[in-house]
Ligand binder design. Structure first.
Ligand SMILES: Cc1ncc(COP(=O)(O)O)c(C=O)c1O
Length: 382
């Protein structure tokens, strides 16, 4: 476990976000908390626990490893749904542990039937259908076969969900593609109806789809980025504000990332800082070294661009971000010393470093930036 920095998860901010989401979607729609990618970098055990404390009882993950992490933390108190990869050996684990999972091809369906039969436990499956994303999902022409298998193997399969995923609902540029996906999904529902097959739930919406196309909410919404207090894109955010005549963001960032000053030194005009020549002092300067680098998730593209907070002031990252360290200009800070708190994301006094500004500088999506945060950084709920 590394101690160079730590991440704090605000229970209060999370409660605010969950309350907002519940109010937006209403009581009848299941809110599934998407915690793949180590809960978008927040840490699966810590985040799942905090979300559970806010009343969340349905979690969506990418693979069986992530599903295990949720089961380990919250045992059987919650529903867990795998939306992505289940290895051959994990099919049995998922069935035995009451974890539902996506089935999107023939091989997976046949394997599931075989394992469920052997275990004599019904597999809870979500049939993912291709509607236009061209990632995973049964093609329309395969659906008659799928329906036949579901009926013939009803003793071993529970048709829990019918689902799909949209190819970028956060951007107006994708409008016609998303609309065609919505129409395709509706056609596919009809195909199953004609076969007298009714899934327990239908689900298609991520954060952006749920906000931009309310019809996509159906029985369950799979919400990732918004529960962490961020919007899928500025378009979704602005659209929400305009439609609701609001000026203030209803969501709150729940993550803070903090470190400390490792050493302070003075340099003279003409001195270069760190590797190479990307930063040369043009005057007498004071610099502080922080024990966080790109190996921890602080992007190298923030070299000479990033900002951190020290002693209530915004300070520029100077020179190249190293693997384990970065250097900051603290010339203006009189009393800065070893051990002072450094905020990489979050607030200090009344100023803040948001993830959005952080990723604007590095040209990285919120999603990517968060999931890059090293798993070894200790996370705690505050
Ligand atoms: C299948 C699926 N559903 C839902 C989500 C959640 O998306 P968001 O974080 O935009 O809410 C994702 C994330 O990419 C996903 O892959």
């Amino acid at each position: 476990m590394h101690t160079n920095s730590h991440i704090e998860i605000s229970q209060k901010a999370l409660q605010n976000n969950i309350n907002f989401l519940r109010k937006t979607f209403g009581k009848k729609i299941i809110l599934s908390s998407v915690i793949k990618g180590n809960a978008y970098g927040h840490g699966i055990p810590q985040f799942a626990r905090a979300a559970y404390n806010c009343g969340v009882n349905h979690f969506s993950v990418f693979d069986a490893d992530e599903a295990r992490a949720v089961r380990n933390e919250l045992q059987n108190n919650v529903e867990v749904m795998i939306m992505g990869f289940v290895s051959e050996t994990d099919v049995a684990w998922a069935i035995e542990n009451n974890v539902s999972f996506y089935v999107f091809d023939k091989i997976r369906l046949q394997k599931t039937i075989k394992v469920a039969k052997k275990l004599q436990i019904k597999a809870r499956i979500h049939i993912e259908v291709e509607t236009g994303m061209n990632r995973t999902g049964f093609e329309k022409r395969e659906l008659t076969w799928v329906a036949k298998m579901l009926k013939e193997n009803a003793a071993d399969l529970f048709f829990e969900g019918l689902c799909t995923h949209y190819a970028g609902a956060e951007s107006v540029a994708n409008l016609s593609r998303i609309k065609s996906q919505i129409a395709n999904f509706s056609d596919i529902e009809e195909i199953f109806k004609k076969e007298n097959l009714q899934p327990k739930i239908r689900h298609t919406a991520c954060s952006a789809a749920s906000m931009m196309f309310p019809d996509t909410r159906m029985d369950l919404v799979r919400i990732g980025i918004m529960q962490y207090g961020l919007w899928s894109s500025p378009e979704v955010f602005v659209n929400y504000l305009n439609e609701n005549n609001l000026t203030k963001d209803p969501l709150q960032r729940i993550i803070s990332w903090k470190s400390e000053v490792m050493s302070v030194k003075k340099i003279k005009p003409g001195d270069y800082v760190g590797y190479g020549t990307s930063f040369m002092a043009s005057e007498k300067m004071k610099i502080a070294v922080v024990p966080v680098g790109y190996s921890h998730g602080y992007s190298r593209s923030l070299s000479n661009l990033g900002r951190v907070l020290i002693n209530g002031r915004r300070c520029m990252v100077i020179g190249t971000v190293n693997m384990n360290m970065l250097t900051v200009n603290v010339t203006e800070l009189e009393d800065v010393k070893k051990g002072d708190e450094v905020v990489l994301i979050g607030n200090q006094e009344d100023i803040s470093i948001s993830i959005a500004s952080f990723s604007d500088f590095s040209n990285t999506l919120n999603y990517e930036l968060l999931t890059r945060l090293d798993k070894g950084i200790p996370r705690k709920i505050i």
